[in-house]
Design a protein around this ligand. Structure first.
Ligand SMILES: [Zn+2]
Length: 147
């Protein structure tokens, strides 16, 4: 059995980030109680304007967004202050829409790249442009034993 907390922009924008984290944690505990599902993080799904779902992780200082499988990192955006601003949500919406069109940002330099042409330049959830890959991450990935 699988439970997921699905949040939309309306659930997050202008919310106090600590209170938001507390709410997500309360949901997680309740899901765990009902389902018995071993779920020890507070990952939730974010549904964007187009109803497409993405994995999202909210902490006090930032929000991280992945594709729906959680395998590909799309964005980590800083939260400057107590509240999740409109600008933060605009950035999340922009990046999720770009992903739907096959565009991702290099995990190092943030340049826009075509996902299918770069998805072999991969280190954990990161996907890199050719320059960042060849200059740095290719060697890091080669040395990784994935233990
Ligand atoms: Zn790059």
């Amino acid at each position: 059995m699988y439970g997921a907390i699905v949040v939309s922009r309306d659930d997050i924008e202008e919310q106090n980030v600590v209170k938001l984290m507390e709410r997500l944690e309360a949901y997680r505990k309740e899901f765990k109680r009902i389902t018995g599902y071993q779920w020890d993080n507070n990952h939730a799904l974010y549904t964007n304007y187009f109803g497409k779902k993405f994995a999202i992780h909210i902490i006090e200082s930032s929000i991280a967004v992945w594709d729906d499988s959680g395998k590909t990192g799309l964005l980590t955006v800083e939260i400057n202050g107590d509240v999740v601003t409109c600008e933060v949500m605009d950035e999340i919406e922009k990046v999720t829409r770009q992903w739907m069109n096959g565009i991702i940002h290099c995990s190092a330099c943030r340049k826009e790249i075509i996902y299918l042409k770069h998805n072999k330049n991969r280190y954990f959830a990161g996907v890199y442009c050719n320059k960042c890959w060849n200059d740095k991450y290719k060697a890091i990935e080669a040395a990784e034993n994935y233990e």
